[in-house]
Design a protein around this ligand. Sequence first.
Ligand SMILES: Nc1ncnc2c1ncn2[C@@H]1O[C@H](COP(=O)(O)OP(=O)(O)OP(=O)(O)O)[C@@H](O)[C@H]1O
Ligand SMILES: [Mg+2]
Length: 265
Amino acid sequence: MIELDTITKTYSSGYFSRDSKLAIDDASLTIEKGETLGLVGESGCGKSTLGRIAIRLLEPSRGKVWFDGIELTALSKSALRRMRPQMQIVFQDPDTVLDPRMTIGDSVAEPIKIWHQSSRHEVTDKVLELLDTVGLQQDLISRYPFELSGGQKQRVSLARALALDPEFLVADEPTSALDLSVQSQILCLLKNIKKRTNFTLLFISHDLQVIQSMADRVTVMKEGKILETQKTSDLFTSPKHSYTKQLIAASYASEAWFGKNVKDD
Ligand SMILES: Nc1ncnc2c1ncn2[C@@H]1O[C@H](COP(=O)(O)OP(=O)(O)OP(=O)(O)O)[C@@H](O)[C@H]1O
Ligand SMILES: [Mg+2]
């Protein structure tokens, strides 16, 4: 289980303290083991900041983060590093994680080589298995990122994130940069992998329809604050906050009801 306990994050952007920005304001949430929690809110409300704090890629200004009973925020750098394989993140833009000079195979193999003492043969087998898991042809192993489409690159970054069998995955707008049809393919893929491996998922999106298709429960954020967390179906039938009602109305009003395109199989 993941627990964020009264998290506050202030970014100081200038020399004077009045230049600092309160990005997260006293936010608490829990994510049950194996659950998908959707985190939704408008651009700039603090979703990415909170997602990074959840795996301590970013230090909170105040508050604690717990991971399976271990206080992440109290760990030394070396203790935190030992826990890294268990906590992974997928970003919106795969180009931020894929080295353009490395082949796809080497990119996926990198975390395995760092963390496991496997033979070359074992690493290659695992890379091929991962490419298969994310629906990529084996011959992509020797290609470079520039030879792949955006959707293929996002599949590679997902394979990299899954390479160490993480217990907790943060997916920060993983499909927002993709065409609608590719977006729905990647969401289906993520859902299906999740069903098989059952990691805990924090799924971040500004798009309520995408969140609806993915999440067991939804947390709504606005201006650094958590407004409400509800089971996904309850959020749509009985939103507690007027801002949530606005989000729902806006998502119903949008042209394509994207959620219905994301099927389980
Ligand atoms: N490194 C930083 N330095 C200063 N301010 C930052 C930094 N990162 C984020 N912020 C500010 O903190 C607030 C929250 O940013 P964050 O990226 O977490 O929002 P978000 O909800 O993920 O937005 P988006 O939907 O656009 O990705 C924003 O006002 C942003 O400008
Ligand atoms: Mg963001």
